[in-house]
Design a protein around this ligand. Structure first.
Ligand SMILES: Cc1ncc(C[n+]2csc(CCOP(=O)(O)OP(=O)(O)O)c2C)c(N)n1
Ligand SMILES: [Mg+2]
Length: 543
């Protein structure tokens, strides 16, 4: 057995039944021989981003794996790995590596050296006898501790060699979870029950630990409002009377109000990172911080108390402890009525724009129609970078876990299409929709062809505003004199040219039938692009 064949065999033992790829990498042929399906994208970034989407939906039960060649393939992968790193997504990336003798000869690209700041772990294969150990460490890192991208650089000369039979056995690592100490749990419960106006701040760790039921139970037990981060969106049904909504830089009014007025924040499964795509936590609050990563505690946001460990298990332990303190029935705070009042005020302010009859279509009307037309319990919706993200995160109503995939921190334009394809591969029974801009299309538009070819049909709703609404009034001189940020395209026609169904929407009344047709087309195996002639909306739900 060669090194490449051993890796394929280990992937099979680990339950991998599909990999995403862009040629050439000898492993593509070897996995195919093992009965693992290789799925080819139009570029390495797309392959990795789809692996990322696949992992997000699978909550660490299955992992996206992406293969690409050494040199150009490994070089072209950087953006996608950086995106997975920023959102802590566990994916396995297997680029080729230059022959060992050439590895450090200029200008050869070393994946391990170049990726070192955007991975959870990265190793190069130097000998055939270490392959099994390296793969065990890689799967251990995927399954345990803080999640993130894991890289194994497959030096091509070593991997084509025969592995001695004494080095072919493989030990599959098992996942293990940790919980905070009982002392810390008791201290947290004391602080929570004594707070005057507490709230929960829930992140992606709630989803990936499978803790959505515990989140609901905990919130209801002490009647406490729940805000979700962009990545945590869908951890709670946003129709729930305790749900405040989700936030990137933009958020809902109730979320903003509680983030500012609460005296205690119970942060669960979140890094509490501070950047343009997160809500800022005002200083002076009592923060209890649950995360699986000690690196995130006191990183951007100081906390009173850390609850280090798995979010689902932490919430289950908090629930038990609270019941012990105040009884099985919990307590009533009357907060739901206050939330409903604030939600109503905010919705009334936004309703005219959400139902606008403008032509070209208003961005918010597009979101409103998506929200009201699709079957949200049977869909996975995501956004792209820029204005589509800021507009949809506060206004789309996520219902079941992963009915929405929020992503960000670093914000790779074009992520929406391959992410959506990865979600469809993970969850073929769901309608997968991504909302993107015409600028974003340039980064990954050719993967509309991939979606149809590999039988993972998705629907892309493209806001065709001939420019970048994200930067209203930005760079006026460059814009006026050199046309910067202006672009044109008939995207429905491009989609048709790639074997997908292209639909053009010019009037608000056409959008609902277009979405219904898209669902039908997707059911029949066709990918869809809805080219919506849309406006340059600059209004944001920011405070
Ligand atoms: C790879 C990458 N390059 C640059 C950016 C910065 N960026 C964010 S939004 C945006 C404009 C996007 O335009 P479009 O997709 O048309 O969306 P619109 O703003 O018009 O809604 C740019 C350039 C980015 N997020 N990702
Ligand atoms: Mg645009």
């Amino acid at each position: 057995m060669t090194g490449t064949e051993l890796i394929a065999h280990i992937l099979k033992l680990e339950g991998i039944d599909m990999v995403t790829c862009f040629p050439s990498n000898a492993l593509i042929e070897s996995v195919a021989k093992e009965g693992i399906r290789p799925v080819m994208f139009r570029h390495e970034r797309g392959a990795i981003m789809a692996a990322d989407g696949f992992s997000r939906v699978n909550d660490r039960k299955k992992f996206g794996v992406a293969l690409m060649q050494h040199a150009a393939g490994a070089e072209n992968s950087v953006g996608a790995i950086a995106q997975a790193f920023s959102d802590n997504v566990p994916i396995l990336v297997l680029p080729g590596g230059h022959p060992i003798e050439q590895k450090y000869v200029r200008p050869n690209f070393s994946a391990v050296d170049n990726y070192k700041n955007i991975v959870k772990s990265a190793e190069t294969i130097y000998t055939t006898t270490q392959i099994s150990d390296i793969m065990r460490r890689a799967f251990h890192a995927l399954k345990n501790g803080p999640p993130g991208p894991v890289v194994v650089e497959m030096s091509i000369d070593i991997c084509e060699k025969e592995v001695p039979s004494s080095a072919t056995s493989y030990h599959s690592p098992v996942p293990s979870s940790t919980v905070p100490s009982l002392n810390n749990i008791k201290e947290a419960v004391k602080l929570i029950l004594n707070a005057k106006n507490p709230m929960i701040w829930a992140g992606a760790g709630v989803l990936s630990s499978g803790g959505c039921n515990e989140l609901k139970e905990l919130a209801e037990l002490i009647e406490i409002p729940v805000f979700t981060t962009m990545e945590g969106k869908s951890a709670i049904d946003e129709r729930h009377q305790l749900a405040l909504g989700a936030g990137s830089g933009a958020t809902t009014w109730p979320a903003h109000k509680w983030i500012n007025e609460s005296d205690l924040v119970l942060a669960i499964g979140t890094s509490l990172s501070k950047n343009n795509y997160t809500q800022e936590m005002p200083r002076g609050k009592t923060v209890i911080h649950n995360t699986i990563s000690s690196h995130d505690v006191n990183k951007d946001t100081p906390s009173e108390l850390a609850l280090l460990g798995d979010s689902k298990l932490t919430m289950a332990t908090l629930i038990d402890e609270i019941k012990g303190e105040i009884g099985e029935k919990g307590r009533k705070t009357n907060i739901s009525k206050k939330i409903a009042k604030e939600k109503d005020k905010w919705t009334r302010e936004w309703m005219p724009i959400l139902t606008s009859e403008e032509k070209p279509l208003n961005t918010y009307r597009v979101i409103h129609e998506i929200n009201n037309t699709i079957n949200r319990e049977k869909s996975i919706v995501t956004h792209d970078a820029g204005a589509p993200r800021d507009s949809i995160v506060p206004f789309f109503t996520a219902t079941t876990p992963h009915s929405y995939i929020g992503w960000g921190k670093t914000t790779h334009l074009g992520f929406g299409i391959p992410l959506s394809i990865g979600a469809k591969l993970a969850s073929p029974e769901n309608f997968c929709l991504n909302l993107m801009g015409d600028g974003a299309f340039g980064m990954s538009g050719t993967d509309v062809e991939t979606a149809g070819r590999i039988s993972a049909p998705i629907t892309t709703v493209l806001l065709n505003n001939k420019g970048m609404a994200t930067y209203p009034g930005g760079f006026p001189t460059a814009r006026e004199h050199y046309g910067i940020s202006h672009m044109v395209g008939n995207y429905a026609m491009i989609a048709e040219g790639m074997g997908a169904k292209g639909i053009t929407v010019e009037h608000p009344s056409e959008l609902q039938p277009a979405l219904k047709n898209a669902m039908q087309y997707n059911d029949n195996g066709d990918s869809v692009l809805i080219d919506v002639h849309s406006n340059m909306e600059s209004k944001k739900s920011r405070f």
